[in-house]
Write a protein that binds this ligand. Structure first.
Ligand SMILES: [Zn+2]
Length: 247
């Protein structure tokens, strides 16, 4: 079955809507991912995980939103950011269009932590303005989220960006990764004082944590770990979608 909305004709979309009202909306970012991963890492992951979940559940996938909220990466070349309000509006207008046509169960498949606050505001405003509840999930496996079981293969300390986890997922998904350029991050906080670290919020830039652009240890990433991580998160997400379809 073709699960990409944008590859269907209008009558095919009408046919789908007679029986279904669920659609996945992949949301990524365009931002640097260290020396070994491409700037479209989050966009690529959002798209690929969404397609795998769609294949398991028979739902459609809307066109990928490949720009996100990434001002903290702007000291690194290749990063592109939307403003906070622009991202909120993009999400509201895309979801609003889908709702207009009868998609009542929309799930934002997010691959970038920096998008979280924009998504939250968009979800709140969409629900207040249309009465439709839109959902958002993280497509990367995490210890406290979907794919938690899979994260048991990880052994790095720290992480969270172009790290053992994200790199392994990318290897499994067939992303462009230069493993010989991967570097282990040694904690460095160029302008954050020891006493403030972890306790004080400020508009810190990403290069204040890492001059190489990644966190964690991507040098120990493997395709095998990626397979475990991806299968785990895809299975959990598919379970959520099946449950949502019945509501
Ligand atoms: Zn990422």
């Amino acid at each position: 079955m073709e699960s990409r909305l944008f590859k269907l004709t209008r009558p095919e979309v009408e046919e789908y809507l007679k029986e279904n009202d669920t659609i996945l909306l992949p949301l990524g970012s365009t931002e640097q991912h260290g020396k070994h991963m491409a700037v479209d890492t989050d966009a690529f992951t959002a798209q690929e995980i969404s397609l795998r979940v769609a294949q398991k559940t028979g739902v459609l996938v809307a066109p990928l939103i490949s720009y996100g909220y990434s001002p903290h990466h702007m000291n690194f070349a290749g990063s592109v950011t939307l403003s906070f309000r622009t991202l909120v509006n993009v999400l509201k207008e895309v979801c609003g269009s889908l709702i207009h046509h009868g998609f009542k169960k929309i799930v934002i498949m997010n691959a970038h932590g920096g998008n979280t606050n924009s998504i939250r505001l968009a979800l709140k405003e969409i629900e207040m303005e249309t009465g439709v509840r839109v959902y958002s999930v993280m497509v990367y496996p995490s210890k406290t989220g979907f794919g938690a079981e899979g994260t048991k293969v990880l052994t790095q300390e720290g992480g969270g960006h172009a790290c053992e986890s994200e790199t392994s997922v990318g290897l499994e998904l067939g992303h462009r990764i230069l493993m010989d350029k991967a570097e282990k991050w040694k904690p460095e906080y160029s302008s954050i004082s020891d006493s403030d670290r972890g306790k004080v919020n400020a508009a810190y830039m990403f290069d204040e944590y890492t001059s190489i652009g990644n966190l964690g240890d991507p040098t120990i990433a493997t395709k095998e770990k990626g397979k475990v991580l991806v299968e785990s998160v895809v299975n959990d997400l598919a379970e959520f979608i099946e449950d949502l379809k019945k509501r």
